[in-house]
Design a binder for this molecule. Structure first.
Ligand SMILES: Cc1cc2nc3c(=O)[nH]c(=O)nc-3n(C[C@H](O)[C@H](O)[C@H](O)COP(=O)(O)OP(=O)(O)OC[C@H]3O[C@@H](n4cnc5c(N)ncnc54)[C@H](O)[C@@H]3O)c2cc1C
Length: 594
């Protein structure tokens, strides 16, 4: 299996050169986050991911998790790796200093998350879910609950889960049945079954804090009757140590396609003691507050796996000797040329490379606005950034996981049959990546969120947070000859996006099925246009630095931008046609005809 090397050079390019990361330290609360502090954090994260987490990726996949006497065991090496992870302070980097966290900017956190996902996504699921629980509790818990639970979640001695899904209810949470009965002392007794719960049980921490959606006895039907509860696996003693077992048991662990070292559990709650988080019947609001960060985090899973797969594919393509270059032998002294000489192999590597570099830029653009939204002193700037994050979240989640999955498939294809068998680890990236298109709201649901909610939100205000800077950039650079090859195709794609937006809004008003039918193609069109804008900006920066380019980094950046403009961006034409064709052919068949 190919090793993993964190792409720190490109990460620094995106952070500092594209996204003005040096300005982070000007934001209140971020004063200490200068390059001098950020760079060593990234280097240390890279070391941990390369040397501790990645070596367990394959063995974790092969061994998987086991359920022994009602307790989940993670694969060999995971408990020790988690101990190192926790002791290194990695569970706390994105957490509030008031509870022992390090309060790192979202931009830095996204880069660290990318490395963890590349190195070992299954491992990353455990702290990832804890972070989701931390955010929900931090934003909505009572002071008493926060004081009792947050420091443990932050220092990683306890882990967390998010328990939403039930056998009969996934996307439509309004159907959920788990009950919560008040006990008159401020606590509740919860009863019900949750399925597919990531990190639902494991042997990495001394306690697990489940955040559970359930219904109160007087709850209205549907999503307006859902409340959020905190239910610990072990009820803590007054001194904070884990006490007796609560009524939570693991019924099974799922056997699944990928992320096999991440325990996906059926959890049974039998009169389990819990406490309300947030207001009664407002559980969905509490969920939504954490959704932006969590959905961006899932997008980053697609990015991380695409990067890992790209590295594996490049290493193999340099070594594997098959056939001769179409223009004649490039390595006449060898029995055949390495497959990296073949245009079709190059095509796949370039798709992977351009995907990874631009998706990283898009994730970081969104993270930059998360930082501004959280820290900027001017409320107007904060609101603008909040709009931007709301608009881009479904795009980051769906686009990065769709493109990430396609990229891992290309990586497997580069290795031919050796990609399909297990030895090189390339098929694992494909299997591991697939779930990211499904959980945290399927990508179809992300597309509906974009067209159904985000486009019309606040009279189109969020949409303008994207359209205005892109339009201004095109206006400013249209006459710049050096940038013409990037800006002119971007301008075309942008016009298509504007027309498609108007059409989706118009058709959707008279018939919501039209918007539903257009949604996924529209999201991809939007996403590819956003990537094209970022490529133009990256090319502009790189072109200006061509004279001082000893390692060829900037020349490679321009070449990759060119590939995107010529070979990827034209897909926006086909997507535009599909959106404009309307939804009739999608809905034409009678149900019985299927
Ligand atoms: C490995 C794994 C880990 C998971 N981890 C967790 C976890 O930690 N916590 C948790 O609570 N859940 C978790 N889930 C559950 C996951 O979030 C759900 O599987 C997902 O939300 C989809 O729900 P579903 O599987 O019931 O599919 P369904 O909701 O039944 O959807 C089936 C299909 O119909 C489509 N669809 C459904 N409704 C609509 C609609 N209104 N309009 C258009 N299309 C629609 C969907 O897009 C999908 O393609 C996990 C799942 C897996 C497999």
């Amino acid at each position: 299996m190919a090793g993993y090397k964190a792409p720190l050079r490109d990460m620094r390019f995106v952070l500092y050169e594209l996204m003005s990361g040096d300005e982070l330290a000007r934001l209140p609360g971020y004063e200490e986050f200068t390059r001098e502090l950020i760079d060593p954090v990234l280097e240390e994260a890279a070391r941990l991911c390369e040397e501790v987490l990645h070596p367990l990726n394959r063995s974790g996949d092969e061994e998987g998790c086991t359920l022994e006497n009602g307790v989940v065991r993670t694969p060999k090496g995971f408990p020790e790796a988690y101990r190192q992870f926790r002791e290194g302070g990695w569970t706390s980097i994105a957490c509030d200093p008031a509870y022992g966290g390090q309060g790192l900017p979202a931009m830095v956190n996204v880069l660290v998350e990318e490395m963890i996902c590349s190195a070992n996504l299954s491992f990353g699921m455990y702290p990832g879910l804890s972070h989701g629980a931390y955010v929900a509790l931090h934003d909505h818990g009572t002071e008493a609950l926060k004081a009792a639970y947050l420091p443990k979640l932050v220092d990683g001695t306890w882990a967390g889960t998010m328990c939403l899904t039930e056998p009969h209810c996934g996307t439509d949470l309004g159907l959920l049945r788990t009950k919560a009965v008040p006990q008159g002392d401020g606590s509740y007794k919860l009863t019900g079954t949750k399925i597919f719960i990531s990190a639902g049980d494991h042997d990495l921490t001394e306690n697990i804090v489940h955040l559970v959606l359930a219904r109160l006895p007087d709850a209205p039907k549907g999503v307006k009757g859902i409340s959020l509860f905190l239910v610990p696996k072990y009820l803590p003693h007054a001194d904070g140590t884990p006490g007796p077992s609560n009524g939570v048991s693991t019924g099974a662990i799922e056997h699944k396609m990928g992320i096999k070292a991440s325990a996906t559990c059926v959890l049974n709650f039998d009169d389990a003691t819990g406490w309300l988080v947030g207001e009664p019947h407002k559980g969905m609001r509490a969920m939504f507050s954490m959704m932006n960060t969590e959905r961006v985090a899932v997008g980053v899973q697609g990015l991380g796996l695409a990067e890992a797969s790209y590295q594996g594919a490049v290493a193999y393509a340099r070594e594997r000797l098959q056939g001769r270059a179409l223009t004649g032998p490039k390595y006449p002294d060898r029995p055949a040329d390495p497959i990296i000489v073949h245009p079709d192999v190059r095509r796949m590597l370039m798709v992977q490379r351009s995907t990874v570099e631009s998706c990283r830029a898009l994730a970081m653009w969104t993270a930059r606005h998360l930082d501004l939204q959280n820290r900027h002193p001017d409320p107007e700037v904060r609101r603008e950034s909040e709009d931007f994050v709301a608009l881009m979240t479904p795009i980051v989640k769906a686009l990065l996981t769709d493109l990430g999955y396609e990229a891992t498939n290309h990586g497997m294809q580069v290795l031919g049959g050796h990609g399909y068998i297990r030895e090189h680890g390339m098929e694992q990236y494909v299997r591991d990546c697939r779930i990211a298109q499904i959980y945290e709201g399927t990508n179809g649901i992300q597309a509906l969120d974009l067209v159904g909610r985000k486009l019309g939100l606040a009279g189109g205000r969020p949409l303008r947070r994207f359209f205005h800077p892109v339009a201004a950039y095109i206006d400013e650079k249209m006459e710049d000859e050096a940038l013409a090859e990037f800006v002119q195709p971007l301008a075309k794609a942008f016009v298509r996006l504007q027309q498609a937006t108007a059409e989706v809004a118009r058709a959707g008003l008279s018939n919501p099925e039209e918007a539903g039918a257009a949604a996924s193609d529209y999201l991809r069109l939007f996403g590819l246009t956003a990537l094209s804008y970022l490529w133009a900006r990256m090319a502009e920066i790189a072109l200006a630095k061509q004279d001082d380019d000893p390692d060829g980094f900037y020349a490679a950046k321009v070449a990759t931008a060119r590939f995107h403009a010529e070979r990827v961006l034209p897909q926006t034409g086909a997507l535009f046609s599909a959106v404009m064709a309307g939804g009739k052919s999608i809905m034409a068949l009678d149900e019985a005809a299927f």
